[in-house]
Design a binder for this molecule. Sequence first.
Ligand code: ADP
Length: 265
Amino acid sequence: MNLDAYKILAEPFYQPVGDEIAVFEAAFAERLPVMLKGPTGCGKTRFIEHMAWRLKKPLVTVAAHEDMTASDLAGRYLLEPDGTVWHDGPLTIAVRHGAICYLDEIVEARQDTTVVIHPLTDTRRILPLEKHNEIVPAHADFQLTISYNPGYQSAVKDLKESTKQRFLAIDFGYPPPAVEAAIVAREAGTDVDLAGTLVAIAERSRNLQGHGLDEGASTRMLIHAGRLVRAGLPLEAAVRSSIVLPITDNHDIREALSAAIEACI
Ligand code: ADP
């Protein structure tokens, strides 16, 4: 099978914040599984895209969801005119042909789905396909990376300890303000001053985390705000549409957030 469609040809811009590139390169050299930990919209997906490009490996991305079954990852028989035909799922494609497989928000998947990855994450490096009566040994280039948002953690929705302990972890927090402003300026195409204001706004919202907000404004939200300003919207309206309204449905929290933001504008 040709994995060209999964190759990333142009360099995805990624601004390193710490030693994450070196850590991932070492993990990849040893084909160890990696967990990217951090809040939503803080660069985890961009990072893995950048690393796949850097390492010149195809990247198979799967967004986990609560209805995801093991078959969605591993594969299934489908009825075709000539009978039933086996189709490898995205995980199997990566395992068989040697790609980096990125399971985004793995915690969303049911726990019985998660255990499919266990034999891939220890020295066995195999993927048993029960329904296909096959054991697929991982290609030498196969590597597994998952993302995990500790903020969403709850007793019912958390990775099993036996899953967690199989992974190396890299922490993704919000970058230091100057770095985050540079990212926002570049991604949204705004000047650094405006990006700096947006980062100050984000910091206000992050202070409300745990006081009515589950999570503060992400870098992604700031980029959206910057793009709206670039498209001609006044800053206040841009921030309202891209940050205040999406982040909470609660009227009082919106008011509190708007008041905190006003001080920055
Ligand atoms: P998630 O952590 O949810 O996977 P993403 O990787 O999609 O988040 O990040 C959201 C957006 O924020 C990206 O599309 C990118 O524009 C920007 N971004 C965040 N951090 C960085 C970074 N360190 N370097 C470059 N872009 C970044």
